[in-house]
Structures are given as C-alpha cells and as structure tokens.
Ligand binder design. Structure first.
Ligand code: SAH
Length: 291
C-alpha cells in the first residue's frame, strides 16, 4: 500500500465538513459530556457513551483493536506513511516538542544540562517507526523505551535506532501492563516499568474512553504524562479506516478529569499547516491524592 493511500494519524480536517472553520471559544465552552460524534460525510453518530457501548460490545471490542492494527499492518514502515503523507512536518514537530520540554516540562534545567545529566527515562507510546524517539526523545532522555503493537514498525525502529532504545515492547496500549516481560525466557521479567515521562503522540485516538482512562490510571510517570493529539472542533470524529476517533479539546479535558489528572499546560501548536486539525500538547500530572 502506498503512503498516500494510508490516511493516518496526522489528519487533514478538509474531509470533515463541520471542521472547516476553527472553533470559537464560546462554542468550546458550551461543550459537555456526553460528546456528540460524526462519521464520514458528517453522518451523526450520536453520543459518545452510546457509541462506545455499540462498538465495544462483546467481541466487537477486540475487533475494534484488531481492525485498527490491520490498517497499520498494511501501511509502509516510513515516517511519511505513519504521518499520513505529512512526513514533511516531522522536523517542525520535533522543534515543537523540544520547546515543550524546555518551556513547560523542565523549565529549571538548561537543555544542555539536561542532556548532560542524561538521567531521565521516557516511554514513547504508539511509537510507529520510532520517529519521535529518533528526532527528539533519544537526544534528551538517557533511557528511552518504545511501545508499539505493529510488528514491522517495531522492526523498522529497531533497525534505525538499535541500542539507542533500551526496550522495544510490541504490544497494544490497551493491554500493556507496564511490566517488562521481554526477558522472560532468560528467567527474568516481571519488572514493573516506571518512567519519568510517558510520551503519547498521535495514537490515543485508537483507544476507547474506558481504555484511555484505565491506561492513565495504571501508568506511572514520576514527572509527566504528555499527550499530543489532533483536536476536532467539537465532540468526536470517527474514522472507520483506521478505527480511531479524533476528540475535541473539551473531550480530552473530560477524560483527564475522569482519570484524575491535572493539566499543567495545554499548548496549542502554531507550527503546523492550516489544513490540519488543531494540535494540542497536554502536559499532565496525576492529581495528588488527599489523605
Ligand atoms: N507516534 C508516532 C506514530 C503515529 S501513527 C509518530 O508520531 O510518529 C499511529 C501509531 O499508533 C501507529 O504506529 C499505530 O500502529 C499505533 N497504534 C495503533 N493502534 C494502537 C494501539 N491499540 N495501541 C498503541 N498504538 C497503536
């Protein structure tokens, strides 16, 4: 399958009629759970809770994830393919990520100092061919692990990044238990994986609300969980090709609230082409539990 036939995570909003114009703040403020969905050709899909009930019912839930992975199995293992033909934004994206790191996450540390310290660990989630690790994470984090369910993407990442990445976990996000089972054969394994940063970029639309919230609750990040994703104008947009949804800003905020996370900052990127959905980076911290 050619890269251009893979309409992937970096989605153009042109196919979404009601996303043609960017949302006004008033419109955003009005939005509340349950969020309303739209599919291809702007067809109404109703409220999100009912939508998830329908698609996750019994065996269908497994199919949702299997079909999603099947789409990616048929995608070329290239940066351009994982970015749906928008490979050219990868450099701007890396610069944007460094800015998030310097200005929001680790303000107190000069970046050079951070590189020198080399003591932070990070998990690159839904890593595809390892683009985010290669262009950004491996440069700033002493330890980087990759989590990605699609075999030939993991293989490509291994080929390009080799020892720069410590662990390659081939697993879906919905089932990853943050346990290192890779060295089970040698009698090891079972080690609980805790990171300083968990970086989730352009992949969380594959997960249902329930699985997204469960993931946030079971992962352990000492410093931050970062979610960088497309935002549609309101509610959600369902893509039946790769079995994913694009959530609005209000929808993401509702999810973080359910999972009991605080938003340190939600940064709207200004470096991407106008024809794309709005892209936000949510820097999150688990809410401190009151005793
Ligand atoms: N984050 C990467 C890749 C984005 S493409 C980047 O920015 O370059 C979306 C990725 O999500 C693909 O690699 C796809 O295989 C992965 N993905 C699909 N279903 C997933 C799931 N259930 N859990 C985790 N990742 C998934």
């Amino acid at each position: 399958m050619s890269a251009s036939s893979c309409e992937a995570k970096l989605k153009s909003k042109s196919s979404s009629l009601s996303d043609a114009a960017r949302s006004s703040n008033d419109e955003k403020r009005k939005e509340k759970y349950p969020f309303l969905g739209k599919g291809a050709k702007d067809i109404d899909l109703g409220e999100c809770d009912k939508f998830w009930e329908r698609v996750m019912k019994k065996k269908r839930g497994r199919l949702w994830y299997e079909n999603g992975c099947e789409f990616w199995d048929n995608c070329e293992a290239t940066v351009d393919a994982v970015l749906g033909g928008f490979g050219f934004v990868s450099r701007a994206d890396a610069i944007d990520n460094v800015e998030t790191l310097k200005e929001i996450m680790y303000k107190e540390l000069e970046v050079d100092e951070m590189k020198k310290l080399n003591n932070k660990s990070c998990l690159d989630v839904g890593a595809g061919v390892g683009r985010v690790s290669e262009t950004f994470l491996c440069e700033y984090f002493g330890v980087v692990d990759i989590l990605e369910p699609v075999k030939h993407f993991v293989e490509k990442a291994k080929k390009d990044l080799g020892q720069k990445v410590r662990n390659y976990f081939q697993c879906g996000l919905e089932e990853f238990e943050f346990i290192n089972d890779n060295n089970k054969k040698e009698g090891g394994g079972g080690e609980k994986m805790v990171y300083d940063v968990i970086w989730i970029q352009w992949c969380i639309g594959q997960l249902s609300d329930e699985d997204f919230i469960k993931l946030l609750k079971r992962c352990e990040a000492r410093d931050f969980v970062v979610v960088k994703e497309n935002n549609c104008r309101s509610g959600f947009r369902f893509d039946d090709q790769d079995m994913s949804i694009t959530r609005s800003d209000a929808y993401f905020r509702w999810i973080f609230e359910q999972a009991e996370y605080d938003i340190v900052e939600a940064k709207l990127s200004t470096c991407f082409p106008q024809e794309l959905f709005e892209i936000r980076t949510y820097v999150l911290r688990r809410r401190a539990r009151s005793l």
